[in-house]
Ligand binder design. Structure first.
Ligand code: CDP
Length: 231
C-alpha cells in the first residue's frame, strides 16, 4: 500500500459516527495500512467515566467529574495482551481496557461526555495528537470540533438495529451477558444524548463524506474510503 502516491494522501483523517458504526475497526485498519497513528477518542471519555464511577463520584456532580477529567492520566498503548484488545488502556497504573467497556460505563458515558470541563480537557489532549500529523482520529466531534481542518472527514452511519446487532455479537463473543434489547435501548439513549447535547454534538461536518455501512463488510467500507483518499 505504501508508495510514492502517498505523498498526496490526506495527512489527517477524521472519522465520526454513532456507536458501533464501524469507526474503530475501520479507522484502525486504515491507519495500519497507511502507517499512520490511530486515536480512538471514545476510549478517553470511557476512561474518565470509569474513573469517576470507580471513585464513587455521583455522575450528576459535574464539578467533581470535570476535576477527574483534568487530573486523570490516560495512557493508550499498543496491546500487550492477546485477548482481542485493540489497545491497552491504562488509567494511572491500572489496566482498564475491558473495564471501560462495561455496562455501567456504557450507561453513564454520554452524560459525562456532555460536560464542558470534560470535553475541554479531552479536546486539548486530542489536538496535541492531531498536531503530529499522519493520524486517523475517530469519535463524535473530530471533524466538527477537534480537527476542523482535517484533510479528509468521513462520517459513518448505519441503522441503530444493525449497530446493536454488531455490538451484541461482539459482546457475546467476549462472554458478556447483555441481551440484544438492552444493548439496543442503551445505544438509542446514547445516540440521543450525543446528538442533542449543546456542546460538540454528534453530527457530520459540513464537508464530511457520509458513508452508510448498513449491510456492508469492513472491506467494502474501506474500499469506499480509499476512493476519497486517492481522489
Ligand atoms: O464504541 P462506541 O461507538 O460504543 O462508543 P465510543 O466511541 O467508545 O464512545 C463512547 C461515548 O463517548 C459516546 O457515546 C460519546 O458520548 C462519547 N464520545 C464523545 O462525546 N466524543 C468523542 N469524540 C468520542 C466519544
Amino acid at each position: 500500500m505504501v508508495n510514492k502516491k502517498m505523498a498526496n494522501y490526506p495527512k489527517t483523517i477524521a472519522i465520526d459516527g454513532p456507536a458501533a458504526s464501524g469507526k474503530s475497526s475501520i479507522g484502525q485498519e486504515l491507519a495500519d495500512e497507511l502507517g499512520y497513528l490511530f486515536l480512538d477518542t471514545g476510549l478517553m471519555y470511557r476512561a474518565v467515566t470509569w474513573a469517576a464511577l470507580n471513585q464513587n463520584i455521583e455522575i450528576s456532580n459535574e464539578k467533581r467529574v470535570n476535576e477527574i477529567a483534568q487530573q486523570i492520566k490516560i495512557n493508550i498503548r499498543p496491546p500487550s495482551v492477546k485477548d482481542d484488545r485493540q489497545f491497552d488502556v491504562f488509567v494511572d497504573e491500572q489496566d482498564v481496557t475491558w473495564l471501560i467497556r462495561g455496562q455501567m460505563v456504557n450507561n453513564n458515558v454520554s452524560q459525562v461526555s456532555a460536560y464542558a470541563g470534560v470535553r475541554k480537557a479531552m479536546t486539548i489532549q486530542q489536538r496535541i495528537f492531531g498536531e503530529r500529523g499522519k493520524i486517523v482520529m475517530v469519535g463524535r466531534d473530530i471533524g466538527t470540533v477537534v480537527l476542523p481542518d482535517a484533510d479528509l472527514k468521513i462520517y459513518l452511519e448505519a441503522s441503530v438495529e444493525e449497530r446493536a446487532r454488531r455490538r451484541y455479537k461482539e459482546i457475546v463473543e467476549h462472554g458478556g451477558s447483555e441481551t440484544y434489547q438492552e444493548i439496543l435501548d442503551s445505544m438509542k439513549r446514547r445516540d440521543e444524548i450525543d446528538s442533542q447535547r449543546s456542546l460538540a454534538p454528534l453530527k457530520p461536518a459540513k464537508d464530511a463524506i457520509i458513508i452508510s455501512t448498513d449491510g456492508k463488510d469492513r472491506g467494502q467500507v474501506i474500499k469506499e474510503i480509499y476512493h476519497f483518499i486517492k481522489a
